[in-house]
Design a protein around this ligand. Structure first.
Ligand code: S3P
Length: 428
């Protein structure tokens, strides 16, 4: 992908459906008996992997325009897959679906691309095995491919876990729904709560309050239709583009504003960003709204480690805003970024440096020396096959003196296939 320097962005856009909610809507609808129509499903590579895997487990799924129709028959009617279940690049798929597969009465094998197969899986293998599943993984039970031998005799448990990961929490929740006895999960910090909200919407006995989630199994889930709001993590690229390009004004319609996902808006506002949330509505337990953004003079910020889980996917694009702000931004305790689609700390540091930005990594911290008059060097940068790095570099490159080439940008299709098209539409 080649990005030319641009002066501003203008207009009104919509971004595609939320990735986290799309995965969950497909997986959870499959374990319910009845038809669920999912409106505004995200047909990106990652979410399509989830659909293909569910089909291999015998679930009937149809696509009708931008909707998905899932004809669930309950977990008891899942079929043992005859092939390996290939998650591609999707960490959410492998971790969340493992929770469901743990509660079946058959064996399944999950594998992904090189990136997924090198990411830590012991974080789900250990708790699911403690509940009674039999999961085996490569590299001494820490990585995929995974072999899962499900069990209909899972036992509920209290988990005090040391990472705040929504994927881990969701995996345990989905196993806990089919276990005997209640399960409680306590995480050090708040992480996204889409699984909890969706299960509550379908009638599960679940309570959640920031760091604690409790599931009491045994309630029958009822099929209901789902509307998926626009993905705030996708909107984030356009929000930052409007903040850093002089004269910009942008409205993004129908974006999810779940409080466990939109803390980066507070950060950008504290930096001086002119962002207004309008027209707040609710659908299926998820709030959504329109977001209005205008060009702003930004200042640096210090971000505490407790907030990392709720801005985890937005850190690369926050770094872009920091690079165009006045002063030194410090992001503390961001070590989890090293286990994403790429080692995001090292991807950001190495590629921002190539564009002439002063950035350092110090253990798990990122330090960016901002410049409000930033113009980035021309040249070529690499996304390392990481969609969020590719899109962040694309937005940063709008500040180039001429042109920047972004290598390995096809990965954008994993979460936001229409990114380039929407960007072209609003750039002036
Ligand atoms: C996700 C949770 C986060 C996030 C990922 C999607 C989810 O991962 O980075 O893009 O849908 O649950 P972790 O749970 O590993 O923090």
């Amino acid at each position: 992908m080649e990005i030319q320097s641009k002066s501003s962005i203008q207009g009104e856009i919509k971004v595609p459906g939320d990735k986290s909610i799309s995965h969950r809507s497909a997986i959870i609808s499959s374990i319910i008996r009845g038809n669920v129509v999912i409106e505004n499903f995200l047909f990106s590579e990652d979410c399509i992997r989830t659909i293909e895997i569910l089909r291999k487990l015998g679930i009937k799924i149809e696509k009708l325009n931008s909707n998905l129709i899932i004809k669930g028959e309950g977990i008891e009617n899942f079929k043992e897959p005859v092939e390996i279940l290939d998650v591609g690049n999707s960490g959410t798929t492998i971790r969340i679906i493992s929770g469901v597969l743990s509660a079946t009465n058959f064996m399944s094998v999950l594998s992904g691309d090189r990136s997924v197969n090198s990411r830590p899986m012991d974080r789900i293998i250990n708790p699911l095995n403690e509940m009674g599943a039999n999961i085996y993984g490569r590299d001494n039970n820490t990585k995929a491919p995974l072999v899962i031998i499900g069990s209909s005799g899972l036992k509920g448990k209290e988990f005090l876990i040391n990472i705040s990961s929504a994927q881990v929490k969701s995996s345990i929740i989905l196993a806990a729904l089919h276990a005997k006895g209640e399960t409680e999960i306590i995480q050090p910090n708040v992480s996204r709560d889409h699984t909890e909200r969706m299960l509550e919407y379908f009638g599960a006995n679940i309570s959640y309050n920031g760091k604690r989630t409790k599931i009491i199994p045994g309630t029958k889930l009822r099929a209901k239709n789902v509307y998926i709001p626009g993905d705030i993590s996708s909107a984030a690229y356009f929000i930052v583009a409007a903040l850093i390009l002089k004269g910009s004004h942008l409205i993004i319609k129908d974006v999810g504003i779940n409080p466990t996902r939109c803390y980066f808006l507070e950060i950008l506002k504290k930096m001086g960003g002119r962002i207004t949330i309008k027209n707040i509505r609710n659908s299926g337990n998820e709030p959504f709204a329109d977001i209005e953004v205008s060009y702003s003079n930004l200042n640096s910020i210090i971000i505490d480690k407790e907030k990392i889980p709720v801005i985890i996917d937005e850190i690369p694009i926050i770094c872009v805003a920091a690079a165009k702000s006045d002063g030194k931004t410090i992001i503390n305790g961001a070590g989890e970024l090293r286990y994403k689609e790429s080692d995001r700390i090292s991807s950001i540091v190495s590629q921002f440096k190539k564009l002439g930005i002063k950035v350092k990594e110090k253990e798990n911290n990122l330090i960016i020396e901002g410049d409000r008059n930033l113009r980035v060097s021309e040249g070529s940068v690499d996304s390392f096959g990481d969609h969020r790095i590719a899109m962040s570099l694309a937005i940063l490159s709008l500040l180039s003196k001429n042109k920047v080439k972004i290598l390995n940008s096809d990965c954008i299709n994993t979460s936001f296939p229409s990114f380039k098209y929407i960007l072209k539409k609003v750039l002036i």
